[in-house]
Design a protein around this ligand. Sequence first.
Ligand SMILES: CC(C)(COP(=O)(O)OP(=O)(O)OC[C@H]1O[C@@H](n2cnc3c(N)ncnc32)[C@H](O)[C@@H]1OP(=O)(O)O)[C@@H](O)C(=O)NCCC(=O)NCCS
Length: 160
Amino acid sequence: MREDDLPAVGEIAAQLHPAYPEDGRIFAERLQLYPNGCLVLEMNDSVLGYVISHPWRHRQPPTLNSLLQILPVRPSTYYIHDVALLPTARGLGAVTQLMSRLSRIAQDDGLLTLSLVAVNGSREFWSRQGFVAIDDPALEEKLNSYDLAARFLCKDLAAS
Ligand SMILES: CC(C)(COP(=O)(O)OP(=O)(O)OC[C@H]1O[C@@H](n2cnc3c(N)ncnc32)[C@H](O)[C@@H]1OP(=O)(O)O)[C@@H](O)C(=O)NCCC(=O)NCCS
């Protein structure tokens, strides 16, 4: 992802995540803080999808639409903030390739887990990618900033 991809990323986010609105400055901040974990899927010069991810603190998912300011000095998980593909880019195996790439980035950073907040009814999809739900009452307030069905999921890279 480059800075000039940000308008397209914002449009895809608005289209696919209308219930979880985030300002453009959130995407711009993630790209600035951790460009390695911000990727776009491009076909014929059009951006058809993106992922935003970065090292983070385990079991402390950021509140929706919040700036991080800085990344932790000692991160304890690799956090996937968002993955979104337009319908034309789905079913092509992009996510499987993406997960291998993110797992490698995490492991290169010495991180042994991937984690994310599942929304949009995507929990089953993530289960098939090897993620399991962590039910922790301490997470409730953060998760409720997404919606009442949001779940915190984690994948143990040492087990895969
Ligand atoms: C989630 C997403 C990236 C998956 O990409 P994809 O290329 O469709 O992934 P795959 O082809 O590997 O797997 C698709 C399977 O997961 C299912 N699936 C994907 N997203 C789902 C969702 N939000 N809810 C329920 N099922 C979903 C599909 O129905 C499909 O099932 P099938 O294999 O039985 O047909 C894409 O569907 C997407 O961008 N969705 C909208 C944004 C979103 O919900 N992101 C996740 C938020 S945490």
